[in-house]
Design a protein around this ligand. Structure first.
Ligand SMILES: [Zn+2]
Length: 302
């Protein structure tokens, strides 16, 4: 699951840089990942007396994250949820889509998850078979070779059959397993995990419309307080637009910036007014060459 910082970073980069393939993939996974996970959780919530955990994280050599775990009488099910859209195909260790994109096969990912979870349950003295399944939740997803890993895959049209998969006659025993797992849980979401970033110098400066997120569409006239996006037609306070864009500078650079950089970033406005905004929005050291930053999200040294 994406951290707040990561979400802000992603929201700031769109339109400002050429996204390479790995970043695009990451972006697609992040933005749609939560939709898929929320959808899957809602489906589980419809099943009476089901025992499950979502977003389970633990540490075992590496940090492992499992989207959903269901504990029933016969097994512990691990679900890796993908909200991919498009037509996909397994090809060896790759997973390819009809846009010409290719990524590492998620089957390798679920193998790794399964392996790590086996170790965890052995350490916790939990003796139940572990079954790992890849769930595709997006209704606009299609698999070219669905029979290849049939037993490990749940397609969007098969999600309704989940109901009849689980048996839960030993609620107490299964609840105990859930509790054991929860005790071993280790949540890492508080750590700033910036998975992929684009070098700051590759980001395009300029005013971006806070509403429709397009660059160079906000028309502002000298000495007028209001400005209007020529695309989405939103009328906004110029100050508001500058503030939003300065925050984006911070989220993208992730390092303190000078007033010169702020002016270069916006490409318009007087030094006096931009300085006033920066002083209001950001913290700064009180020396001649001031650098602006935000405290909460900034934890490096400079
Ligand atoms: Zn707009």
């Amino acid at each position: 699951m994406a951290t707040n910082n990561e979400i802000k970073y992603i929201q700031s980069i769109i339109g400002r840089a050429e996204l390479n393939e790995s970043f695009y993939q990451h972006l697609q996974n992040q933005s749609s990942g939560n939709d898929g996970e929320n959808y899957f959780k809602s489906v589980l919530d419809c099943i009476p007396e089901i025992i499950y955990i979502t977003d389970y994280q633990f540490q075992l050599n590496n940090h492992v994250q499992i989207d959903a775990i269901v504990i029933d009488d016969s097994a512990i099910y691990l679900f890796e949820i993908k909200n991919y859209k498009g037509i996909y195909e397994f090809e060896g260790s790759n997973f390819k889509n009809n846009y010409g994109g290719s990524m590492t096969s998620p089957m390798l990912q679920i193998d790794r998850i399964n392996f790590a979870f086996q170790k965890l349950t052995a350490n916790l003295n939990i003796n139940k078979p572990i079954i790992t399944k890849l769930v595709f939740t997006n209704p606009y997803f299609n698999l070219k070779n669905p029979t290849l890993y049939k037993d490990n895959i749940i397609l969007p049209s098969e999600i309704g059959q989940l109901k009849s998969l689980f048996k839960n006659n030993h609620i107490e025993t299964n609840m105990k397993i859930k509790q054991k797992l929860l005790n071993a849980r280790n949540d890492f979401s508080h750590i700033y995990q910036q998975s992929i970033t684009i070098p700051f110098r590759n980001g395009k400066p300029g005013i971006r419309c806070p509403k429709c997120k397009r660059l160079y569409t906000v028309k502002s006239e000298l000495k007028k307080q209001k400005c209007q996006c020529q695309l989405c037609e939103e009328v906004m306070d110029k100050t508001y637009v500058y503030e939003k864009n300065l925050l984006e500078l911070w989220y993208l650079k992730q390092q303190p910036f000078t007033i010169e950089e702020a002016m270069w970033w916006l490409g318009e406005g007087s030094e006096k007014s931009i300085r006033r905004l920066c002083n209001k929005l950001f913290l700064s050291e009180t020396n001649r060459y001031k650098k602006y930053y935000l405290e909460d999200e900034y934890n490096g040294a400079y």
